[in-house]
Design a protein around this ligand. Sequence first.
Ligand code: NAD
Ligand code: GLY
Length: 355
Amino acid sequence: MTRIPVSAASAGYEVVIGEGILDLLGEAVRKTVSPQKAMVVCGENVFPLYGERVRESLRASGIESEICVFPAGEKTKSIASFEELLQRAAESGLTRSDCFIALGGGVTGDLTGFAAATYQRGIDYVQVPTTLLAAVDSSVGGKTAVNLKAGKNQVGAFWQPALVWCDAACLQTLPQRELRAGFAEVIKYAVLSDVVLFEDLNRHSVRLPEVIEACVRMKAAIVAEDERDTGIRKLLNLGHTFGHAVEAESEYGLLHGEAVSVGTAMICRAAVKMGMLDRKDAASIICLLEDYGLPVSSPYDAERLWPRLLLDKKFAEGKIELIVPRAIGRCERIPMGREALAEWLQAGLEAEAGE
Ligand code: NAD
Ligand code: GLY
């Protein structure tokens, strides 16, 4: 079992990573939060796999539990689900000394975290990630949100979990497509700052628990420095500016990780054209994404993506920061206005010769 401390400005907690540790969750929750009751939130696919084990583990540690199951998929990250969850919590008599437990992927984690941030002005929650994406990214760092018709993650809060409990054995039941999507975020970390991880991924020589540990250590360090996403944390948006536009335009037909992969490939191509990234490095990054079965080309042209880009909530005073790879393991934040962004978008859509 590996324990990684996260010291965010607002709260500190541990990310615990292991294999076969799900049944120890109840004891860990008792020690960190000591609630009388927990509301376990999960998706319809995850409940039959792990729901009862989690409830049994809580029961064995003297914690009563309620369960709230939502349909699988991005559409669950909505105001309607948020309201339903709060209503269920109130009807179950959940108090401020109780907690929510998010058992599932990023959809469940983001929704549950936001409910925890607002229920009775904020109660504890525990993240139990069961997808690779949630394990390496969304369960850590306290970004919580639901979507509006106007865009992804438009309503949310920074609210850190009290504990992250990651059993890598749970990833064994993950559909291959979801596992591949998680690797888009893993490759993001490697491109941001870990050449060794990049090489290990290339050789397929690293086991999942170690991959998760490497990514969580990076994220913990970033969140410790910049919890509220005003500086260095923006680096974690590598591939996301173009990726979110592609994801929204697909009406969530593309998975988040798949869209991030397309966005990463696009920013690499654009960076080459702008003279900021070596062609060989861009090719290695794009090859690695493809090697993990991820898409690297946008199904949409600039005309379709541009209105989506303009809705990005990271626009401030007419400028947005693009995260641009300068080499494998080193990226830079480049602020740009609309005109420059339109040029980068166009450059990102043009395939390199030989691709
Ligand atoms: P997801 O939560 O939709 O889960 C993917 C699918 O896998 C679902 O159908 C789910 O039911 C199923 N599933 C989950 N665990 C399983 C398991 N162990 N076995 C079998 N099936 C399982 O998708 P995701 O990729 O985990 O998360 C994507 C979401 O995360 C997006 O909404 C994205 O915006 C968000 N996100 C948030 C942050 C953050 O910092 N908060 C970071 C990155 C992404
Ligand atoms: N996934 C981006 C962040 O946590 O900042």
